[in-house]
Design a protein around this ligand. Structure first.
Ligand code: HEM
Length: 432
């Protein structure tokens, strides 16, 4: 459990027919890796299963924003923020993703010339933080300030990971080293967003830049007519950052890692990108025709779902497929387990993007990287657009490889990420 919680939960659930009960100290847990049961918990009887006590760590680090919120105001807030992430709103995202990916790829070009590998996860995190930053806040801040913000976001995720690993976290007023670091990153994050808010408040509304923060400033609750309170704007901006950059970053990193390990898949990927884009820029129009590349993204999300599990607390007794659930149980829903169920996926550990090509038969309930039900991800189009643009530009410019026999392990304490540096060799493709 300590070394690989995602694998442990999936394995004990599978070995016991999809469900198993276990205790840690005074708490009773039920591990679940059964697609139908997960649907029951997240959709059929969701009122009985609010987000579990675990999300309190997230609230301590990032505040009670949309990804941790389970209270009365959650639905209204979701409805207010959702339109800013809908397909029609993410058109600007293609241009942002193009520009930010090209900046990273210029660095890859230099590494290619020098024969030096790139640090894949670090590079991709830089990319997803800058894309998220521009989509949320536009730019217009100096480089040093946004770098400090990016460092604070990364540090917050490290602190959240530490809290999730620890069996006991002293209250935040106790001046431990951890708590002092937490206060310091919170000051940096809040101060940064505060400065953006102040800048917006000093301009007429018509001059607001076209970004998610402007949307959140303008939007009104359709029932009460109220705006999002100022303090909540800061919290929601931080949580969107956190929800969007690490997950997409992990997923894109896994895609590239898998492509570097499977040259035969990479060859088909480059061929598709060359044929569909004809050397041009990825746009919302042409990336929709990249069926094989989209299948690669789906297959990476299946093998390495960044959100590998969810937890929910049972409010009342229930029974699922003969398994008794008691009020107070914490259910660990293993998305990883469902994605690796040999009953639903042939050779589940193998990387086979063909599974997701149009016309292939696969069980919809057994592929849930963005979850289902009322809390399903509102950033899925955003994430997939960003990944398709980045993968297109990489395919056009580079061939990828890893040292012989290189394997990376998994760290699953928040999102499922590689557990160490991936030294990716990039070889510039000849320009057509
Ligand atoms: C590959 C990338 C991503 C994956 C795998 C992913 C996965 C998920 C999952 C599984 C949930 C459900 C959490 C729960 O039930 O407690 C979720 C919720 C959420 N995601 Fe994502 N996500 C991704 C990218 C993004 C992006 C880019 C954004 C924002 C720009 C975002 C914003 C959110 C928000 C706000 C929620 C909470 C929704 C609610 O509770 O109403 N996600 N995501």
């Amino acid at each position: 459990m300590g070394a690989a919680p995602h694998r442990y939960v999936a394995q004990i659930a599978r070995e016991n027919g999809g469900f198993v009960r276990f205790r840690v100290l005074h708490r009773s847990f039920v591990a679940c890796a059964n697609a139908e049961a997960i649907r029951h918990i997240l959709v059929g009887n969701h009122e009985n299963y609010p987000r579990a006590f675990h999300s309190l760590n997230g609230v301590v680090v990032f505040g009670n924003g949309l990804i941790f919120n389970e209270g009365d105001g959650w639905l209204a807030r979701r409805r207010m923020i959702l339109p800013s992430l809908r397909t029609e709103s993410v058109h600007g995202l293609c241009a942002i993703s193009n520009q930010e990916t090209l900046k990273i790829l210029d660095e890859w070009q230099a590494s290619s010339l020098a024969g030096e590998p790139v640090d894949l996860l670090l590079q991709i995190h830089r990319l997803t933080i800058s894309v998220m930053g521009r989509a949320l806040l536009t730019s217009g801040v100096d480089r040093e300030e946004s770098d400090a913000f990016a460092d604070a976001i990364r540090e917050s995720v490290i602190l959240l990971r530490q809290r999730n690993r620890s069996l006991y976290n002293p209250p935040t007023w106790v001046p431990t080293l951890h708590n002092r670091r937490l206060k310091s990153v919170q000051r940096t994050l809040d101060g940064f967003i505060e400065r953006h808010l102040k800048a917006r408040e000093s301009m007429p509304e018509v001059d607001y830049p076209d970004d998610i923060l402007s949307h959140m400033l303008r939007v009104r609750d359709p029932e009460t007519g109220e705006a999002i309170p100022r303090g909540d704007l800061i919290v929601e901006t931080k949580t969107l950052f956190a929800a969007g950059f690490e997950t997409t970053g992990a997923s894109l990193t896994w895609c590239i890692y898998l492509l570097a390990k499977h040259p035969e898949v990479a060859a088909k990927w480059r061929q598709e990108v060359d044929t569909v884009l004809e050397g041009g820029e990825p746009t919302t129009g042409n990336i929709a025709r990249l069926e094989y590349t989209a299948a690669i993204v789906h297959e990476a999300l299946r093998i390495y779902p960044p959100v590998h599990g969810l937890s929910r607390d049972a409010l009342a007794d229930d029974e699922i497929s003969g398994m008794k659930i008691y009020a107070g149980d914490t259910i660990l829903l293993s998305l990883f387990g469902v994605h690796h169920d040999p009953g639903d996926w042939e050779s589940p550990t193998e990387f086979r993007p063909e599974r997701f090509l149009p016309g292939s038969a696969w069980k919809r309930e057994s592929f849930i990287p963005f979850s289902v039900g009322k809390h399903r991800c509102i950033g899925n189009v955003f994430a997939q657009t960003e990944m398709l643009v980045a993968l297109s530009l990489i395919a056009q410019r580079f061939e990828l490889s890893l040292p012989d026999g290189f394997e990376v392990g998994e760290d699953a304490f928040i999102t499922l990420t590689p557990n160490r540096k991936i030294p990716l060799s990039v070889h510039a493709r000849p320009r057509p």
